[in-house]
Design a protein around this ligand. Sequence first.
Ligand SMILES: CC(C)(COP(=O)(O)OP(=O)(O)OC[C@H]1O[C@@H](n2cnc3c(N)ncnc32)[C@H](O)[C@@H]1OP(=O)(O)O)[C@@H](O)C(=O)NCCC(=O)NCCS
Length: 146
Amino acid sequence: MTTISPLRADDRAEWAPLWAQYLTFYESTLDDAVTDDVFARLAAEDGLYGALARDDEGRAVGFVHWLFHPSTWSTTGYCYLEDLFVAPDVRGGGVGSALIGHVRGAAEATGADKVYWLTQSGNAAARRLYDSLATDTGFVHYEMEL
Ligand SMILES: CC(C)(COP(=O)(O)OP(=O)(O)OC[C@H]1O[C@@H](n2cnc3c(N)ncnc32)[C@H](O)[C@@H]1OP(=O)(O)O)[C@@H](O)C(=O)NCCC(=O)NCCS
């Protein structure tokens, strides 16, 4: 059975390899200082929130990170699910769905109006899951690097 629990400071050793695999999935690298800062803010719930999924032997098998922000379209604001990762050997078993469900519960508890997230159009495995849980808005994502 999968259990989901808030990310805590002493989870770093189990979170770090999953985070590294996630960055590799996105063919990205980050300075260690960024990873250190992100983990510290997640563990302190300092504007960033995280949860770890564990299998029935207690092994960390996935994570999700999210944050809240105000909106011009809402009095209570939105929840942005920024990162989601499940270890390759347990995919297809409902862990991803459970992690999204955890964020939904956290967002409902704060009164946020919605949970939203982005994915790459070609990420078929992720989109199969998302299409079963949420609505594809059709928005196209742009970025301006600074
Ligand atoms: C996207 C991701 C988080 C999904 O996690 P997951 O634990 O496999 O998700 P679930 O098991 O809850 O759901 C996957 C869906 O695909 C189905 N599936 C079946 N076999 C599968 C397999 N071998 N691999 C993946 N999904 C499979 C599941 O049955 C489920 O469909 P359903 O809801 O219709 O039953 C995971 O694939 C992942 O970490 N991918 C790499 C990183 C990534 O893409 N992150 C998301 C960025 S937006």
